[in-house]
Design a protein around this ligand. Structure first.
Ligand code: ATP
Ligand code: MG
Length: 446
C-alpha cells in the first residue's frame, strides 16, 4: 500500500488514479498529521510525501516528518525543482525525490524501485530471523520439552495471533516473548516490554495509551504511549495477571479492534501491535475467582506457550550451567566434575533464574588456582546457601563450636578452589593428606 501525502486535491486525484491504474493500493492524506495518523494505523509500504503541506506549508516541518514513516521508504516531492531541499530530504532519510510537476513515467519507475527496496528489506528481516536457527532464541536446552517449545515458537511467530506465555517463575517466559518477536516479520520493528505489576495502576493507562497535554496535573506535554511506540511491532505485557481491572477492559477493546484512546483524547486511535503476554500466575484460577476478566483471558490466549520448570527438563541443567559459567567468566572458568554432578542432583525450585544466580555467584567467589579458575561443588553449595554457615544462635556458641564451624568453612572453601583435590587442599591448609581426610570424615564431608 502506498501512502500519498499531498494537500492539493487535483494532484491527489490524478496521481492517485495513475498509481491505482498501475495496480497499487493508495491511501491519501491531506496534511502531515493525517499522514502520520494513517501510517500509525496501517504502516504503508511506501510514502510519497509533499514537503510543503498545511498548516505551515514549511518544508522544514515536512523534513521532520520523514522519520515517522520508518521503516517504509519515503519519496519526497518538492515544489519547483528545489535541489537544495531535495538534498536535505535525502540527508534526513528520504529514499528518493521527485520534482513537481511530477513526470508520470518517472513516478512509475521511482515507485517500483522504492517498493522493491521495501520488499527486500522485509525479506532480509525474515531470512535473518529464520537463519538465526536456534541460537537466535537465546533459549538454551536440548531436552524434548525445549525442542517442543522452540518448534511452537517458530510456528506462532509468523502469525499475528496474540500469544500467552505461562509457566513458573524463572523459566524463561521473557526469553520466549523475545524469541517470538525476533522470529516474526515484525523483527525490525520495536519490541516494547511493560511490567504490568510494576507500574502504579493510575499511571498504567497513560503509560500504555499515552496522554494529551493538560489531561491531568503534570501532563505538561503530549506523550505517546507504549502502544504507539510498539506500532508495527510487538508489545510484551509481562505479569499480565497483575493488570488492574479498569485497564483490563481497555486492553480488551484494543485487542478486539486495534483501537485505543489516549488519556484526554476525544477520538480513538488505531495501532497495529502484536500482543505477547506472560504471567507465572494461574490465570484460569484468577478467572474463576473473578480477579481476571474471562473475556480478556480468551482474547489473550490466541496461542498458549508453556515454559517447562527445570524439573521437567533436568537434562538441560549441565548445559545451562556451563553456558552461564562461560558467559559470566568470559570463558575463563570451568567446572570441576563434581560441580556438574552437584548441579544435576540439586532441585532448582527457582528454576533457571536460581541456577544462573548460583553459577554467577560461585564463579565470583571462586579463587583462581594453578589450573585456572575452577568452580567446584563446594563453591556452588556455598553460593546457594545450602551450607549451614552461621547458625542463628551463633551468639550462644561455645568456643569449640565456633572453631569447628570455622574449620569446616575453610576446608570447604579450599576444596572448592582445588576442585576437590585432597592433596592440594591439605597443602593449602597446612595439613597432612591423612589429617585432612580424618577431619573430613568427622565432619561428614566425604
Ligand atoms: N532456556 C533458557 N536458556 C537460557 N537462559 C534462560 C533460559 N530460561 C531462562 N533463562 C534465564 O533465566 C532467567 C529468568 O528468565 P526470565 O526472566 O525469562 O523468567 P520468567 O519466566 O519471565 O520469570 P518470572 O515469572 O519470575 O518473571 C533469565 O536470566 C534468563 O536469561
Ligand atoms: Mg518474567
Amino acid at each position: 500500500m502506498i501512502l500519498l501525502a499531498d494537500d492539493e486535491p487535483a494532484f491527489q486525484r490524478l496521481t492517485g488514479a495513475w498509481l491505482r491504474g498501475l495496480g497499487h493500493q493508495v491511501e491519501v492524506a491531506g496534511d502531515g498529521d493525517a499522514a502520520r495518523a494513517a501510517f500509525a494505523a496501517k504502516p504503508a509500504d511506501l510514502v510519497l510525501l509533499d514537503l510543503a503541506m498545511p498548516p505551515h506549508h514549511d518544508p522544514e516541518a515536512g523534513l521532520a516528518l520523514i522519520p515517522a514513516f520508518t521503516p517504509a521508504p519515503v519519496v519526497v516531492m518538492t515544489g519547483h525543482a528545489d535541489h537544495a531541499l531535495a538534498l536535505k530530504a535525502i540527508e534526513a532519510g528520504a529514499w528518493d525525490f521527485l520534482a513537481k510537476p511530477v513526470d508520470p513515467d518517472l513516478l512509475r519507475v521511482v515507485v517500483a524501485r522504492a517498493l522493491e527496496r521495501a520488499r527486500l528489506a522485509r525479506e532480509v528481516a525474515t531470512l535473518k530471523a529464520q537463519a538465526g536457527g536456534d541460537e537466535d532464541m537465546g533459549l538454551v536446552g536440548t531436552s524434548p520439552a525445549m525442542a517442543a517449545l522452540r518448534a511452537l515458537i517458530r510456528r506462532v511467530a509468523p502469525t499475528r495471533l496474540p500469544a500467552l506465555v505461562l509457566g513458573p517463575s524463572g523459566t524463561g517466559k521473557e526469553l520466549v516473548a523475545r524469541a517470538i518477536h525476533a522470529a516474526s516479520p515484525r523483527a525490525t520493528r520495536p519490541l516494547v516490554p511493560i511490567h504490568c505489576g510494576a507500574v502504579p495502576a493510575e499511571l498504567l493507562e497513560s503509560e500504555l495509551f499515552g496522554h494529551l497535554k493538560g489531561s491531568f496535573t503534570g501532563a505538561t506535554t503530549d506523550r505517546p504511549g507504549l502502544i504507539e511506540t510498539a506500532n508495527g511491532g510487538t508489545l510484551f505485557l509481562d505479569e499480565i495477571g497483575e493488570m488492574p481491572a479498569a485497564m483490563q477492559v481497555k486492553l480488551l477493546r484494543f485487542l478486539a479492534d486495534g483501537s485505543y484512546q489516549p488519556v484526554g483524547a476525544r477520538a480513538p486511535r488505531m495501532a497495529d501491535v502484536r500482543i505477547v503476554a506472560a504471567t507465572h500466575r494461574d490465570l484460569p484460577a484468577a478467572v474463576a475467582e473473578g480477579s481476571f476478566r474471562e473475556d480478556l483471558f480468551y482474547r489473550l490466549k490466541g496461542i498458549v506457550l508453556r515454559t517447562p520448570s527445570l524439573d521437567e527438563r533436568a537434562s538441560d541443567v549441565p548445559l545451562l550451567s556451563s553456558m552461564f559459567l562461560r558467559r559470566t567468566s568470559e570463558g575463563r572458568a570451568s567446572f570441576t566434575p563434581d560441580a556438574l554432578d552437584w548441579v544435576a542432583e540439586r532441585r532448582w525450585p527457582g528454576n533457571v533464574r536460581e541456577l544462573r544466580a548460583a553459577v554467577e555467584c560461585a564463579a565470583a567467589l571462586a579463587i583462581p588456582g594453578a589450573a585456572g579458575l575452577m568452580v567446584g561443588a563446594a563453591d556452588l553449595a556455598f553460593a546457594v546457601g545450602d551450607l549451614p554457615s552461621e547458625p542463628a544462635s551463633s551468639v550462644f556458641k561455645t568456643l569449640d563450636e565456633e572453631v569447628a564451624a570455622l574449620e569446616r568453612r575453610r576446608i570447604l572453601e579450599a576444596l572448592g578452589r582445588t576442585g576437590h583435590n585432597h592433596t592440594h587442599t591439605a597443602r593449602e591448609l597446612g595439613l597432612s593428606r591423612v589429617g585432612l581426610l580424618k577431619k573430613m570424615d568427622r565432619m561428614g564431608l566425604r
